[in-house]
Design a protein around this ligand. Sequence first.
Ligand code: FE2
Length: 317
Amino acid sequence: MSEAGPKPRMRSRRIAGRNQAGRAGATIAALKPSSDRPDFLGFGLGLRPQHYSEILEGDPPIDWFEIISENYMVPGGKPLHMLDRIRERYPVVMHGVSMSIASTAPVNYDYLRDLKRLADRVAPRWISDHLCWTGVHGKNLHDLLPIPYTQEALDHVVERVQTVQEFLGRPLTLENVSTYVQFGTSEMAEWEFLAELTARTGCFLLFDVNNVYVSAFNHGYDPETFIAGIPQDRVVQFHLAGHSHMETHIIDTHDHPVCDDVWTLYESAVRRFGAVSTMIERDDNIPPLAELVAEVNKARKIAAGVLGADGRNGRTQ
Ligand SMILES: [Fe+2]
């Protein structure tokens, strides 16, 4: 991983270092691939504390919000109180950063119990995390780390996804991460790994358009190849975000507006995947809400240009 330039984004997260084998009666069994893709929610935004009051007082034109799960996996306090009020008005989805689904560490059932408890309270439309690992041997490295795309890794992640889905009682949604290194041992492309993972587990995919752009630039492939390699009926959400271009490489910093190239790639993604719930993901240099609403509306306009006025035509279930 590059040592130069700004650090990759480190979203606020709780350290989940309590791995243990205490399972709640779950057994490992494959869930059948699910064809009941969640409903299209429209155009949303990552919920950030800076905007709580403005959202509750201003009723902004945002269709739904995504929360960072770990920020609300607590017994009480102001963030949870604000979330309770916001979810009375808007659909909410949960997005985690600590599941470490690809790790070789034991599944962290304490984490999963807390996640399920939050889901019972919030009733999210879906629960997502990343195809990555964040730690091993009791250490959380607080970053979304890449994996080798091998058959062995695929078998391992398939079993872990099945375990988590069985525990949560619902399909998981997994996001492609930005990467800065590749493994010489990889036997398939990232999109082939994701396609096989969703086929074998029934999990859904969160397609981060910016992450595809970043990884494609860093590793020198055409991002359109990635789009073409993902199954059309498994993507339930798009992320759009800004990054830091260092000329020789790109770092996924989430501290800028979405750039023109990523908007163009988003248009291609909408053309392939149809009406998919889309949101702006900003984690640093967080601007006033109005600036993010303008980006949400830009996504809305681009999707409408491809799919029609309500952005819903072309939705494949
Ligand atoms: Fe993302």
